[in-house]
Design a protein around this ligand. Structure first.
Ligand SMILES: [Zn+2]
Length: 437
C-alpha cells in the first residue's frame, strides 16, 4: 500500500492526464485555453506543496487531498459540457456581462475577470451559476460554471433568468460589499417587512396574511421568531430578492417575463416558499413594481399594431400580480432608491446595464419577427441602401417575448429559434462593423 503523500502525488499525475484529455472537447466559442491554464496553475501549486510536505504532516496532507479532489471535480464537470448542449450565442453575451461585474481584485489586476464555463443539467430549475466562493490557493481567476437546462437549449427567451444567477456570482467579487451596502441602506433599512428576521417573521405570521398562505406555515407553538433559524434562512431570502433586482437591471423586461414563466410553472399558486426562497408571488410582485417604477411599459410607438402587441404583453405579465398588499415587500421609494443606485453602479461597467430600446428599434425587430425573419439590426438608409446596425441582444429578447406572448407552444418554439439565430447573427454584424470583438 502506498503512503498518503505518495498516493496524492500519483493522483496529481492522474488529474493532469485527465486535464490533457479534456482539451479534446469544444467548450464554447472562446475555446478552453483559459480553463486549461487556470487548472494547470492550480495543479502545479498543489503538487509542489505536496512535495514540500512531510510524510507525517497529516493535517497538511488532508488539506491538499481536499484541494486535489475539488480540482478533479471541477475538471470532470467541465468535461461533461460540450458546445452542442447549450445556446452558445446567448452564453457569449452573458460572458460579456459577467466579465465586468464579477471581477475580483488579484495580484495580476484589480479587476480580474472570471473564467466562465458552461454545462447543461436536467430540470427546469437548473438555471444556475456555480461560483467558487473563494479562489483556491495557486489560482489566478475564479471559475464560474453556468448551468442551462438541457431541455431548454434553444429557449433563449427563458435564458435571461440567468441575470438572477449573475447576482449570486457577484458574491466573492470585488463588488460584493458595494452591492450589500446598496441593499442594506436603500432597500432593507426601515423596511416594515424585511427590516430584520424578526420583522419578516411577524409579517409572515400576520393575522392579515392571505388565507391560502397561512396553512403553509409551521405552527411553531405561537413563536413566529423561530421561523428563521429552524425553517428558513433570512439572508438567503434577502439574497434571492437582491438577485432578482440584479436580473432586472441587467436584462430588463425579458428577465421579468422569464422569471414569471419559470416561477409560476414551478410554484403555481405563488405562495410556495422554501428555506432559501421567499414566496414566489412576492418576488414577482416586486419585479412588476420595479418595472412600473422604471417606466419600461411606456414606449411611444407610432405604429398602432406595435402598441397593441406590446400592451398585450404587458397586460399578460401584470396579470401575474397578486393584488393583496401583503405580497408587496417594499415601498416605491425603497425600490426606486435601490434601482437608482444599482443602475448608477452598472452604468460605469458597460454592457452590464440594461437600457430600454427606442420605439424605432423595437418596432423594427417586431416587424422582422412578423415576417419570420431573425430580428436583427437591419435598416434601409436614406439612399435606399441596406445597412446593418448594432442592436443589444436584450432588445431581441424583449421583442421575442412581445411577439410570442399570446401564441401557441409551436409559435413560442419558433420565436425562440428566430431570436437565438438573431443573437448569433447580430454578433456577426457587430464583429463585421468592428463594434465588438
Ligand atoms: Zn437564487
Amino acid at each position: 500500500m502506498r503512503i498518503c503523500k505518495e498516493f496524492l502525488l500519483l493522483e496529481c499525475k492522474s488529474v493532469r492526464a485527465v486535464l490533457q484529455e479534456t482539451l479534446r472537447f469544444e467548450y464554447g466559442a472562446g475555446g478552453s485555453r483559459d480553463f486549461f491554464d487556470e487548472c494547470e496553475i492550480r495543479l502545479s501549486f498543489i503538487k509542489q506543496e505536496l512535495q514540500n510536505t512531510a510524510d507525517d504532516d497529516h493535517k497538511r496532507l488532508q488539506h491538499y487531498a481536499i484541494l486535489i479532489n475539488a480540482l478533479s471535480d471541477l475538471i470532470a464537470r467541465i468535461e461533461r459540457s460540450s458546445i452542442g448542449e447549450y445556446s452558445w450565442p446567448f452564453v457569449d453575451e452573458v460572458k460579456r456581462i459577467a466579465a465586468v461585474i464579477c471581477t475580483e481584485n488579484t495580484l495580476a489586476s484589480p479587476t480580474t475577470p472570471p473564467t466562465v464555463h458552461v454545462l447543461s443539467g436536467g430540470g427546469l430549475d437548473k438555471y444556475e451559476i456555480n461560483v467558487e466562493q473563494k479562489k483556491p490557493f495557486g489560482g489566478k481567476r475564479r471559475i464560474l460554471t453556468i448551468v442551462f437546462p438541457r431541455s431548454l437549449k434553444h429557449f433563449v427567451l427563458l435564458h435571461p433568468v440567468l441575470g438572477h444567477e449573475l447576482g449570486h456570482a457577484i458574491r466573492g467579487s470585488q463588488f460584493e460589499a458595494l452591492l450589500d451596502k446598496i441593499i442594506r441602506e436603500k432597500l432593507l433599512q426601515g423596511s416594515a417587512k424585511f427590516g430584520d428576521p424578526t420583522i419578516t417573521a411577524a409579517w409572515l405570521y400576520d393575522q392579515n396574511a392571505p388565507a391560502d398562505f397561512k396553512p403553509l406555515l409551521p405552527a411553531l407553538g405561537g413563536n413566529a421568531n423561530q421561523f428563521f433559524g429552524y425553517y428558513a434562512d433570512w439572508q438567503s431570502w434577502v439574497d434571492e430578492i437582491t438577485c432578482d433586482l440584479i436580473g432586472l437591471v441587467t436584462f430588463g423586461p425579458s428577465f421579468a417575463a422569464a422569471l414569471c414563466q419559470l416561477l409560476y410553472t414551478l410554484a403555481p399558486t405563488g405562495n410556495e416558499y422554501s428555506p432559501y426562497h421567499p414566496p414566489a408571488a412576492c418576488r414577482v410582485n416586486l419585479i412588476l413594481s420595479a418595472m412600473r417604477i422604471l417606466g419600461y411599459e411606456q414606449i411611444a410607438f407610432e405604429n398602432p399594431a406595435h402598441l397593441t402587441a406590446t400592451q398585450n404583453f404587458w397586460n399578460k405579465l401584470k396579470s401575474h400580480q397578486k393584488n393583496e398588499q401583503w405580497y408587496e415587500l417594499f415601498t416605491d421609494k425603497q425600490i426606486q432608491d435601490t434601482l437608482d443606485n444599482l443602475r448608477a453602479w452598472l452604468s460605469s461597467h458597460p454592457p452590464a446595464k440594461y437600457d430600454a430600446p427606442t420605439p424605432n428599434t423595437l418596432g423594427n425587430l417586431l416587424d422582422l419577427l412578423a415576417k419570420q425573419i431573425p430580428p436583427i439590426g437591419f435598416e434601409v438608409d436614406a439612399q435606399g441602401e441596406p445597412e446593418c446596425v448594432d442592436v443589444d441582444f436584450r432588445h431581441i429578447l424583449y421583442a421575442g417575448w412581445i411577439a410570442s406572448h399570446a401564441s401557441s407552444n409551436e409559435e413560442f418554439v419558433r420565436v425562440n429559434r428566430l431570436c437565438e439565430h438573431a443573437i448569433m447573427q447580430q454578433r456577426a454584424i457587430s464583429i463585421f462593423k468592428g463594434t465588438t470583438t
